[in-house]
Design a protein around this ligand. Structure first.
Ligand SMILES: NC(=O)c1ccc[n+]([C@@H]2O[C@H](COP(=O)([O-])OP(=O)(O)OC[C@H]3O[C@@H](n4cnc5c(N)ncnc54)[C@H](O)[C@@H]3O)[C@@H](O)[C@H]2O)c1
Ligand SMILES: *[C@@H]1O[C@H](CO)[C@@H](O)[C@H](O)[C@H]1NC(C)=O
Ligand SMILES: [Zn+2]
Ligand SMILES: [Zn+2]
Length: 388
């Protein structure tokens, strides 16, 4: 016989499924404007969708790129893509998560069926909403409305809201004991940087690395280089306030391009006796992408683009730069297959294989989201975690 408690739990879940949730969310109505905290309606999850109660979300530079117009998406939208929460309800057919599970939303989905998902190395599943953003879930619609208008979703996620709905292929169940206000960083910044070093560049023992940009993602690249056994890790940033923390997580030297007359790639070539083994651009600028390419050793250096470049700007280089043997590559989310890797990264965090504490400089209540963005823009924060 069913216990009355279980029965009422089941009823509660069924009833909840039918209801639209009204909650607070930060809506970006227009470019260059502050977020406005609005009451929004969050529709119940459809088949193969999951509704999540948000617990913590980080602020990533990619969110700010949207506000600034350098990452182009349709508006109005609820941004945020680096988060952790608890499943509130599930749609029909969902099998990989259940209400009450701790989860991380995935801004790169993993459908498991497309040619990219089936490829052993690639990770940008064809169901992604990055390359040609529609601002919707996979069925072409969003689950948010505000003042009668549909509000779009960012990268199949949207985490600057008390509740969100995502496709089942865009959410990963994680260890029930994990601290959500920390592991939310595994949803973007940490995994992107760490994977860029260990999985994309495949940094080798004893190598010399240069990391351009020492924000949350760049520091995670430094951590990855260190974990891979790099002997020298040279941090490059125009904000010298970032150097102490970079050294704390593994940088052996830090340099500011503004302190030199000559181009920074020449400085790095001299420092490394002809070019570094691995370089990373973790800023999102065309000029630094070229510097990062040029500073790596011309016959065997590997340069990885991690920063998101400004919309519709192109790079022009002399092909000779690659003909000698350099490798130039880029990756999103550290090359990790999201749904497979996120639970493992959380397990590694729980096993103390890395720490996220150095990345977290500020914790603010969700309502102070605009303050959190100001801290990022002024260079005062690494990661601000917004809590709900
Ligand atoms: N590929 C991905 O999957 C992915 C994921 C997350 C973020 N990103 C991108 O990575 C980049 C870094 O993200 P973040 O959150 O760490 O940003 P951030 O703003 O915290 O860090 C960027 C750092 O670059 C430094 N910087 C700015 N201009 C510079 C210059 N000309 N020379 C040297 N240093 C300079 C800043 O002082 C800052 O410390 C952004 O472009 C972001 O959009 C990419
Ligand atoms: C940039 O390159 C693309 C091809 O990848 C081309 O279609 C586009 O016109 C170029 N834009 C500029 C501004 O040169
Ligand atoms: Zn991000
Ligand atoms: Zn896929």
């Amino acid at each position: 016989m069913k216990s009355p408690i279980l029965h009422s739990e089941a009823l509660k879940i069924c009833v909840q499924l039918l209801f639209v949730i009204k909650c607070k969310a930060a809506v970006l109505w227009e470019l260059e404007k502050p977020f406005s905290i609005e009451e929004v309606e969050v529709a119940p999850p459809k088949a193969y969708e999951v509704r999540i109660k948000m617990v913590a979300t980080g602020i990533c530079r990619s969110d700010d790129h949207v506000v600034r117009g350098s990452l182009v998406t349709p508006l109005p939208m609820i941004l945020g893509h680096e988060a952790a929460g608890i499943v509130e309800s599930i749609g029909e057919g969902v099998t990989t998560v259940k209400p009450g599970d701790k989860v991380i939303p995935l801004f790169v989905p993993q459908c498991g069926k497309c040619s990219v998902c089936k490829h052993p190395e690639a990770n940008i599943c064809c169901k992604n909403d990055l390359t040609n953003p529609r601002g919707t879930l996979s069925d072409g619609t969003s689950r948010f409305t505000c003042k009668g208008k549909p509000i779009l979703q960012f990268l199949g996620t949207s985490t600057f809201t008390q509740y969100t709905v995502v496709d089942e292929m865009s959410v990963a169940k994680i260890d029930a004991a994990s601290p959500l206000e920390k592991v939310c960083l595994i949803g973007c910044g940490f995994s992107t940087g760490y994977g860029s070093a260990i999985k994309v560049a495949k940094v080798t023992q004893g190598s010399t690395c240069a990391v351009f940009g020492l924000g949350g993602v760049g520091l995670s690249v430094v951590m990855g280089c260190k974990a891979a056994g790099a002997a020298r890790i040279i941090g490059v940033d125009i904000n010298k306030d970032k150097f102490a923390k970079a050294k704390e997580v593994g940088a052996t030297e830090c340099i500011n391009p503004q302190d030199y007359e000559k181009p920074i790639q020449e400085v790095l070539q001299e420092m490394s006796g002809g070019g570094v083994d691995f370089s990373f651009e973790v800023i999102g600028r065309i000029d630094t992408m070229i510097s990062a390419l040029l500073c790596c050793q011309k016959a065997y250096g590997v340069s990885v683009i991690v920063g998101v470049p400004p919309n519709s700007q192109n790079i022009s280089i002399n092909p000779m730069l690659l003909l000698n043997g350099r490798t130039w590559k880029g990756a999103i989310f550290g090359g990790f297959k999201s749904k497979d890797s996120v639970p493992k990264l959380v397990a590694d965090f729980m096993a103390k294989k890395f720490s996220l504490d150095s990345l977290i400089t500020h914790v603010l209540p969700f309502e102070k989201i605009n303050e959190g963005f100001e801290l990022l823009r002024s260079g005062k924060s690494i990661r601000t975690i917004l809590t709900f």
